[in-house]
Write a protein that binds this ligand. Structure first.
Ligand SMILES: C[S@@+](CC[C@H](N)C(=O)[O-])C[C@H]1O[C@@H](n2cnc3c(N)ncnc32)[C@H](O)[C@@H]1O
Length: 510
């Protein structure tokens, strides 16, 4: 008989993890020489898929691919299966299963995802996760495994030790969670004053945990198993089990030139790639990895392959408060919806980011992006600078490495204007009907909805025009916004369209 897991008691907030999207995994694999499968027609396995919040949106938006998710928690799998049934998806199976059980009949996969699993299970299960990757990856396959890293996680472990000790007398998960929140509220200010050298670190930790989802606090800080490890030990275990390290999703962490001068000096003389990555982990006191692995028989390049880079496509959900000046080399800032800021100085980079921002969620191929950026720069500034493709390529690779621009392998063009009578697509409707406070965007990000946004999305059944929607929304808006309801609704509709939540924006790959 299966016992209830802690995930049945406190389900994990199951949302799209954009870094696990197969378009991005395919692109990163190719950058390092792995001949990855076409993400539009591939097979994907997710280990520890929780309610399928990551896998179901991929299955919805990639109808030509096939998906299998496994999880030990019956409650979470049942919730995921309800959503799959509501959507009538035939390309995904969510299975209630321990990864320790046999998996032979599942077949081969081009991509295997294990996010938030490896460090949080006992050693035999960790080995089994990598063994499944080695057994089930098809040639050219990529496994994505996230894990907590040393030495950096030691700082988090200080808070974890306190929370574990403080809640040790309790057994009920909900009561332990409440006690942990009380501890953060009652001890947070005191720690910031009294904890000496650790005060600043602990104050940041308290602030971080007070805004994190409760399921994260519970499963990261209050569960028995959470084993951070060194990069070299992770890579060695993968190698022992028949896998080869490819790269990390956070590409800048692999590129020595992204370190300052002192950091780069510390690396001099370290020739071996894996030893260099370990040394960079030390320098950055790294605490989390999102690593890509492939079969040991597949050769992997040490550094990104620029020919492969020029065959990729790119998208970026950025805006800028500033008026972009293509005639100057002043640094100007672009911002993501989650508030991450990227400053660029080269006019070709500014032009490329402007182009990608206006094209979003479409992806643009390398050559078209260079041509568009060069056109803009020669029109508004310097024709000679516009032709500097080497600078464009170098800067674009850095923007990819820092996460400002996302690499993919498929050029996809989406129309984003809302129809006259907009209709939310089936996934967005099903997720809102099930009461989710976030829905999955076409680019596999979690779009969080406040109450008016959730209500408006729920009204988008293709029967109401803007006037009818405004009328329906008016009573829900605070008095001071009621006058501006029409503009507010229109703005929300454009946001939904930009995130690919409306039926017309979901187009087959172009
Ligand atoms: C921290 S959650 C991460 C969920 C999801 N991958 C994500 O990142 O949102 C870990 C998940 O792994 C599942 N899990 C833990 N041990 C497992 C095992 N032995 N076999 C299958 N699933 C397991 C848990 O039930 C839980 O849903």
């Amino acid at each position: 008989m299966q016992t209830l897991t802690s995930y049945d008691a406190i389900p994990y907030e199951s949302v799209p993890i954009s870094e696990t999207h197969v378009e991005g995994l395919a692109a990163l694999g190719r950058l390092f020489g792995v001949p990855t499968a076409d993400p539009q027609r591939c097979r994907v396995l997710e280990l520890g898929c929780a309610e399928g919040g990551n896998l179901i949106p991929m299955a919805f938006y990639l109808p030509g691919s096939h998906f299998v998710g496994l999880d030990l928690s019956q409650g979470q799998i049942a919730a995921g299966q309800r959503l799959v049934a509501a959507l009538g998806l035939g390309n995904i199976a969510l299975l209630h299963r321990d990864v320790m059980q046999p998996t032979e009949e599942l077949g081969q996969f081009d991509y295997i995802i294990a996010h938030g699993l490896y460090s949080w299970v006992p050693a035999p299960v960790q080995a089994r996760i990598l063994q499944i990757c080695a057994q089930h990856l098809a040639p050219g396959g990529i496994a994505y495994v996230s894990w907590n890293a040393l030495p950096g996680w030691h700082t988090r472990a200080v808070m974890r030790d306190m929370l574990l000790a403080h809640t040790s007398a309790l057994t009920n998960p909900a009561e332990r969670l409440q006690a942990a929140y009380r501890f953060l509220a009652e001890f947070g200010p005191g720690l910031a004053e009294e904890a000496g050298d650790l005060a600043a670190i602990l104050a940041a930790e308290v602030a971080y945990l007070r805004q994190a989802p409760p399921s994260y606090l519970y499963h990261e800080y209050l569960v028995e198993t959470n084993t951070p490890l060194l990069f070299r030990d992770f890579a060695a275990q993968a190698a022992r089990l028949g896998l080869r390290y490819v790269a990390d999703v956070d590409l800048h962490t692999l590129l020595p030139h992204t370190l300052g001068r002192a950091g780069q000096a510390a690396l001099s003389g370290i020739e071996d790639r894996l030893a260099r990555i370990q040394a960079m982990d030390f320098l950055r006191a790294r605490r989390f990895h999102r690593s890509l692995l492939t079969l040991a028989a597949t050769p992997v390049r040490e550094a990104p392959d620029l020919d492969a880079f020029r065959r990729l496509a790119f998208h970026a959900d950025l805006t800028s408060e500033e008026e972009i000046d293509l005639g100057s080399i002043e640094r100007q800032t672009f911002t993501t919806p989650t508030g991450a800021c990227y400053a660029v100085a080269h006019p070709l980079s500014k032009a490329a980011l402007m182009w990608l921002a206006s094209a979003y969620p479409s992806s643009v191929g390398y050559a078209d992006l260079f041509a568009a950026a060069a056109n803009l720069v020669s029109e508004y500034a310097d024709a000679e600078m516009a032709q500097n493709e080497a600078a464009f390529e170098r800067e674009l690779l850095d923007l990819v490495a820092w996460g400002a621009v996302k690499p993919v392998v498929t050029v996809q063009t989406y129309a984003v204007a809302p129809d006259e009578r907009p209709r939310a697509h089936a996934l967005a409707r099903a997720q809102t009907e099930l009461g989710a406070d976030c829905v999955a965007s076409i680019r596999h990000t979690a779009v969080h909805l406040d109450a008016p946004a959730a209500r408006l999305l729920g009204l988008l059944d293709g029967r109401h025009d803007l006037a009818a929607l405004t009328q329906a929304m008016q009573p829900l808006l605070p008095q001071e916004y009621a006058q501006a309801a029409r503009e507010g609704c229109e703005r929300m509709l454009w946001t939904f369209a930009r995130q690919g939540l409306l039926a017309g924006t979901v187009e087959s790959p172009g």
